[in-house]
Design a protein around this ligand. Sequence first.
Ligand SMILES: [Zn+2]
Length: 260
Amino acid sequence: MPPFQWTCPFCTRHQMVTDENLSTNFINLSLGESKYGNTGLQYTGVRCVNVECNEVTLVVDFAVSVFNGRRGAYEGGRELRSWKLLPESSSSVQPEYIPGPLREDYYEACLIRDKSPKAAATLARRCLQGMIRDFCGIAKGQLIDEIKELRKCIDDGNAPKGVAPETIDAIDAIRGIGNIGAHMEKDINLIIEVDPGEAQALIELIEMLFDEWYVARHKREQKLASVLAIAAEKKAAIAEGRAQIAQAKVAVIADQSSGV
Ligand SMILES: [Zn+2]
């Protein structure tokens, strides 16, 4: 297979995949003609070349098996089922400066999104409430009241630091979606019937808020720290320069007085 661009789902490092770190193969199952026709398994494994990660990503597809006369071998046709074995979900790795309970709710919501969208949506709503409480410092009884309070803060020009009006627009947009929107006033621990699309919309909102709130704040803090370090370095250099000039002056005066 020719090399291709790929992003590791564990460490998010962009890289080229070559035959060195890729293995893919199709196996005909020889089960006879099933209701799907002949079937087989396609597996694809990729090893991350980032030495600090070095993880294995593994996907297995159950597919229709098609005989390629020219190659004299079976090939994968229409995909019937697909399993992400490693990593188990499509969640993206979140940095450790995001509070642990929020990350855990997010990872778990991603993990069960397809199998149990209503449980995933419950975790995602809890995560959203946790973020509004932690990042925005707004804690009321219900998630809906916290969202309303956040909207009021923004409208009054008192938005919590780092919260742009667009983010509350995104939260409001979620409130307009199916059952999530219809039951926003319900307790966050109450399980609401939703479909995988609704759960996914909530998960994407959380990913966006992680990025726009926590990651952006961390980057600002890092930039500020580096500016302060440069300023301190400059100040120290100036002070040292002054001290050297003063020392030189003392030496000149000492020379002059000893010469007299
Ligand atoms: Zn990796």
